[in-house]
Write a protein that binds this ligand. Structure first.
Ligand code: ADP
Length: 242
């Protein structure tokens, strides 16, 4: 066998061994075939993944990519309080805590909060976050903050089945109702939405106020792929005259 043929064969064997080892560690972590695609992006989701970050199935689908969460965090007012209304496994809350003074991380699912606490500890920011198990819609009237971050349930990966995703399709309440409830806390709202969101509908949210709120719409790209759309309102928008 020629040298280059031998080298090619060896590198094929090496790749097969690595793929096998990867498969083993995936199994050990209880990663189901459904979330395999997200597992391959694990370091884009949490760069400290190997230090013990934990996610459940829903968490894999819905956690914000770390570099996008960092961008969101750059908009929080320094020294202010930020509410992460649908905190999930903590991807956004961790980045907020790294840059803001205090974070209130809310999730209706106690398991999610347990995972978020675990993940925040890995990043050493757990002391900056108040974790609350509860329904954001019920808690909202009693909350005070300088910014509200909304990454509401999109309905899992099926959001991608339609060409244009309507604000009406957000769960458990439509996007308009959600926005109005958040506005009772502060106009400084950041929404992280599906990449196929109806932009016209999003713009209409700023017109719910008089005068209309400043608005900035950002496409969030990771490794040349559009992952989502972030909409910044009022002081969270760069256009805002702070
Ligand atoms: P996606 O559809 O984008 O995958 P999820 O269904 O994972 O989104 O929901 C995002 C997070 O919001 C989940 O962690 C879920 O437990 C949480 N959540 C859902 N409803 C509420 C609510 N009313 N208040 C607070 N958290 C909620």
């Amino acid at each position: 066998m020629g040298r280059s043929k031998k080298r090619r064969r060896l590198s094929r064997i090496k790749a097969a061994i690595e793929a096998n080892e990867e498969g083993d560690s995936r199994k050990e972590e209880g990663v189901s075939p459904l979330v395999e695609k997200y597992w391959h992006q694990r370091y884009d989701l949490f760069w400290r993944y190997d230090e013990g970050v934990r996610l459940d199935e829903e968490g894999w689908f819905s956690v914000t990519h770390e570099e996008i969460a960092f961008r969101h965090a750059q908009r929080c007012p320094c020294g202010g309080v930020v509410i992460d209304a649908f905190a999930g496994v903590g991807g956004n809350a961790i980045q907020f805590a790294g840059l803001c003074t205090r974070v209130v991380a809310i999730d209706i699912d106690p398991k999610k909060i347990e995972l978020a606490v675990n993940n925040a500890k890995i990043y050493g920011v757990e002391d900056y976050i108040d974790f609350i198990v509860g329904d954001f819609f019920q808690l909202a009237p009693s909350l005070k903050a300088d910014m509200v971050f909304l990454s509401p349930p999109w309905g899992g990966p099926s959001y991608n089945m339609t060409k244009k995703f309507s604000l009406e399709s957000l769960k458990p309440k439509d996007g308009y109702s959600l926005f109005k409830i958040a506005q009772t806390i502060t106009p400084n709202i950041v929404m992280y939405l599906p990449r196929n969101i109806d932009i016209l509908e999003v713009e209409q949210l700023s017109w719910l106020s008089s005068p209309p709120l400043d608005i900035e719409i950002e496409e969030n790209v990771v490794r040349s792929k559009l992952k989502g759309i972030t909409v910044y309102f009022a002081d969270a928008a760069l256009l805002s005259s702070r």
